[in-house]
Design a protein around this ligand. Structure first.
Ligand code: AP5
Ligand code: MG
Length: 235
């Protein structure tokens, strides 16, 4: 029997949450859910939700908790019970964390681990102010303006470089403020529950993903041992 893992990636904007998520889903049976991507999809599709949140994202502010809860619940509804979850960018407020706990209980799921990716603010600003997305060349991929090789790769494939609206410097500053005020307190909250793991977010994306995977596998093995013990003893 394998454990259905439910994990959260927590960290400031630009910490590398989505980059790590993309790597982890190649290695583990997890469904990645990025609430930022869900919101951008609503904005692109010009839905009512999209129109409501677009100005908030443009200013680097958080979307309302009630709306995020509804979006996430709708997404969870589509998953099979044997699919593990990898949340990227949710929960981001204490109210979301409480709502998430209730939601997981409704779906008979346990939150196994919250992985806090630690990156200093000046590195966040460097990464995000230099980030461009290569679009029109297959699956969009991020490029840094200092990385000439990836810029060339984009151009050779006929792609174009676009900046995410919320990567403008004044918006990045606001996103960092929102993180420190509303999201960072979740670190202590999950630490108190004994499920927080800290990961040094510096180094190459591959190094950070490797560190994260090692921490997850250690915990998964522990979960499995506990499950087997419970099966043997009937507890
Ligand atoms: P969201 O899309 O989640 O954005 P974010 O978390 O603010 O920031 P990023 O996605 O840019 O950072 P990331 O940590 O994923 O880093 P990435 O891997 O991309 O949310 C957008 C907005 O939606 C929010 O501001 C908010 O308004 C709203 N929202 C979303 N969720 C919400 C919620 N739950 N409640 C309310 N509102 C919500 O990497 C960043 C860059 O760095 C990339 O270019 C990447 O290539 C590069 N990089 C990654 N790792 C490394 C590394 N190790 N070394 C060097 N470069 C690296
Ligand atoms: Mg992201």
């Amino acid at each position: 029997m394998t454990t259905v893992l439910n994990l959260v990636l927590l960290g400031p904007p630009g910490a590398g949450k989505s980059t790590i998520a993309e790597e982890l889903v190649h290695q583990l049976p997890l469904v990645p859910i990025s609430t930022g991507a869900l919101l951008r999809a609503e904005i692109s599709a010009r839905t009512r939700i999209g129109r409501e949140v677009a100005p908030l994202l443009e200013r680097g502010e958080l979307a309302p908790d009630s709306l995020m809860d509804r979006l996430l619940r709708a997404r969870l509804e589509t998953l099979d019970p044997d699919q593990g979850l990898l949340l990227d960018g949710y929960p981001r407020t204490m109210r979301q964390a409480l709502g998430f706990a209730a939601m997981l209980a409704d779906y008979d799921r346990t939150l196994h681990m919250v992985i806090a990716i630690e990156v200093a603010d000046d590195e966040v600003i460097r990464r995000l102010s230099g980030r461009r997305i290569c679009e029109g060349a297959g699956e969009p991929f991020p490029v840094h303006i200092d990385d000439l090789a990836s810029i060339m790769r984009c151009r050779e494939r006929g792609g174009r470089l676009v900046q995410r609206d919320d990567d403008r410097p004044e918006v990045v500053r606001q996103r960092l403020i929102a993180y420190h005020q509303q999201t960072a307190p979740l670190i202590a909250y999950y630490e108190d529950q004994g499920i927080l793991r800290r990961i040094d977010g510096s180094g190459t994306p591959a190094e950070v993903a490797r560190r994260t995977l090692a921490v997850i596998l250690r915990t998964e093995n522990r979960e499995l041992r506990t499950e087997n013990r419970e099966l043997r003893t009937g507890n």
